[in-house]
Design a protein around this ligand. Structure first.
Ligand SMILES: CC(C)(COP(=O)(O)OP(=O)(O)OC[C@H]1O[C@@H](n2cnc3c(N)ncnc32)[C@H](O)[C@@H]1OP(=O)(O)O)[C@@H](O)C(=O)NCCC(=O)NCCS
Length: 151
């Protein structure tokens, strides 16, 4: 059974194995534990976690910046992707935002990341493109697609 909960900086050690497995190292998109902890120390930043048998199998970090909520990252352990955990995590992020009377969730995704199709399934629509926004570890540049989910 999958349990979805709110987390905080004390849970970062538990999510790091997911972080390290879920993101393709070619793009250098995963964060270190120190980056996660410092991000979560910023007010209005939230961590949602998914656990199976008390082991973290997924997470999302989002934050409220200026006047909008941004999904900074989401990851699910590769061995359990495609089982609805990402959907459950986004569901919890959206429930929390609705409670806070927020109406929109933004994100940026690297052009070519299959997560784009996941976001489409979750109801996000494309709102723009940032040329050469990401630089991978090989030095190649990639556009960012900006997406929004209005609820
Ligand atoms: C993106 C990610 C979080 C999705 O998590 P997940 O648990 O596998 O997603 P779910 O099983 O909840 O999928 C929900 C829906 O999206 C679809 N979906 C998920 N990944 C997809 C993909 N790569 N291509 C097409 N559709 C996809 C599923 O088929 C499902 O649709 P359905 O309900 O109609 O069957 C996961 O693939 C991941 O961790 N990716 C690597 C990290 C990453 O790139 N994160 C995004 C950038 S921060």
């Amino acid at each position: 059974m999958i349990e979805i909960t709110e987390g905080d900086a004390r849970d970062i050690a538990a999510i790091m194995p997911v972080m390290q497995k879920a993101f393709d190292p070619e793009y250098g998109e995963s964060w270190t534990a120190a980056q996660c902890i410092s991000t979560l120390s910023i007010p209005n930043t939230r961590l949602v976690m998914a656990r199976r048998n008390e082991t973290a199998v997924g997470f999302a970090i989002s934050r409220w910046v200026l006047d909008q909520e941004e999904l900074l990252m989401i990851g699910v352990s590769p061995d359990i992707q495609g089982a609805g955990i990402g959907r459950s995590i986004i569901g919890e992020v959206v429930r929390n935002l609705k409670k806070a009377h927020r109406e929109i969730l933004f994100l940026e995704v690297r052009d070519g990341n299959p997560a784009y199709f996941f976001y489409q399934k979750m109801g996000f629509t494309v709102s723009g493109r940032r040329k050469n926004y990401y630089r991978g570890l090989t030095g190649a540049y990639h556009d960012a697609i900006t997406m929004a989910y209005i609820f």
